[in-house]
Write a protein that binds this ligand. Structure first.
Ligand code: URA
Length: 216
């Protein structure tokens, strides 16, 4: 996705005080019927320049394969477009302090500062179905009352949150969107017992995508 330079400048200015690095745009056809929204790129994604190319991406690819969907059928993006990292220090055997910078979940403030970019992607692509993957994306779009454990696998029709013109708050869009929440692919890595639920949700999602593709 090519983003307008003024939006890129704005988000980069707003996020410079956060522990974020790099930038990776969303990827996929601009006329995609469905948009998947994750959390934020990690280290692997910044190197490969491909969203979901790390461990979570392998899970995502497995689900896509099982339902016969290709990445070229969908647009994939995230709530935050830079890598959130934390600083971990440990002292090695020689007494030397070693720092590492692992990935972390983005904060609400980081999601809000990055909101103009996701809003722009939704406006540009006008997806028929938006699938927020995990709580970060779900709450970004529908608010904090929504949790993935309650709403995964349900088709919701609702206005979504976008950032206000003065960037001070979220406001609801005038138009409604079809939202199909699913677990973040990494959830299965932490809790294998979710696998079947996640696969069932993907089967429902692909049916919806096919239905809306046929209507074009
Ligand atoms: N997790 C996300 O949410 N997005 C990525 O691109 C990679 C991991």
């Amino acid at each position: 996705m090519e983003y307008p330079q003024d939006l890129l400048n704005e988000v980069s200015e707003k996020t410079k005080s956060f522990q974020l690095e790099g930038f990776l745009g969303g990827k996929g056809p601009l006329d995609a019927v469905a948009m998947l929204v994750g959390e934020a790129p990690g280290q692997t994604e910044l190197i490969s320049r491909i969203p979901f190319s790390g461990q979570a991406g392998k899970e995502l690819d497995m689900e896509l394969k099982q339902v016969n969907l290709s990445r070229s059928d969908i647009y994939i993006t995230s709530s935050v477009r830079s890598r959130p990292f934390k600083i971990k220090s440990k002292v090695d055997k020689t007494g030397k302090t070693i720092n590492s910078y692992p990935n972390r979940t983005p904060t609400k403030a980081e999601v809000k500062a990055s909101a103009p970019l996701l809003d722009y992607e939704i406006q540009t692509i006008q997806p028929k179905i938006i699938a927020p993957m995990g709580n970060i994306a779900l709450q970004r779009l529908l608010g904090n009352a929504y949790t993935i454990s309650t709403y995964h696998g349900q088709l919701l029709e609702s206005p979504i949150y976008k950032i206000s013109d003065d960037r001070s708050r979220y406001e609801k869009t005038e138009e409604s969107y079809l939202i199909f929440p699913i677990y973040h692919p990494a959830a299965v890595l932490y809790k294998r017992s979710l696998k079947e639920t996640v696969s069932t949700d993907w089967q429902t999602l692909v049916k919806l995508i096919r239905e809306h593709t046929d209507k074009e």
